[in-house]
Design a binder for this molecule. Sequence first.
Ligand code: FPP
Length: 241
Amino acid sequence: MEKRTAESFEKLPRHVAVIMDGNGRWAKKHRLSVPRGHRQGTETLREIIRHTDDLGIGALSLYAFSTENWSRSEEEVGALMQLILDFFASEIDELDERNVRILILGEKDRLPQRQRETLEEAERRTGNNTGLRLNIAINYGGRAELARAARMIAEKVKSGALAAEEIGEETLAAHLYTAGQPDVDLLIRTSGEMRLSNFLLYQCAYAEFVFPETLWPDFTVADYDRALDVFAHRQRRFGGR
Ligand code: FPP
């Protein structure tokens, strides 16, 4: 299939966020295990990252593991943790070559040591890259991110580095994991679910939402291009007329 280029879109988002939903249902539909569904989902992830980079979109945020996902079975959590290791082992060279800069959104401290080290190494290795900003949310929650920002700001006020009256929206934005990146322009959630599920609450304030019915493992580059087209034809008013 012919892959579309940036010029074929009337406009492109600067920052796309994706909630990769439907791995479990895909597995069930194919009478496979849920971990197998997540593995298939990782294949989709690879294609979507490559295509996003090829299109020259500035930032891509992916919801890989929420703070609530710990409540899933030990088997499923273990499989997701293993997939994280596998993903970085197989992709890091290509991502680095592509000049992609990786950032992990979320609390890495609660992760097993190997995962934590792998993620930190990926961030360190790609930290000076200047291409696509690839944000991967792992042990992430939007409210926890806001609470963390509030704590950092409070510390600055306490130490006298910042006056309370000076705190504005930008102060908050500057203390989020995504500091320095544009707000989310387009949020895609696959599998027909229409919820934000605590993902990038602040950053999605003016995002356009697109909810394709496709389950994440079946989601193709063509489906992605369709979502980008929907975005290109939406009228964004940001509260104006
Ligand atoms: C939601 O599907 C998906 C997840 C909870 C995990 C998404 C993770 C991956 C695609 C791969 C791992 C990530 C990396 C970075 C390697 P679900 O299981 O909730 O689906 P369901 O609603 O159909 O049950």
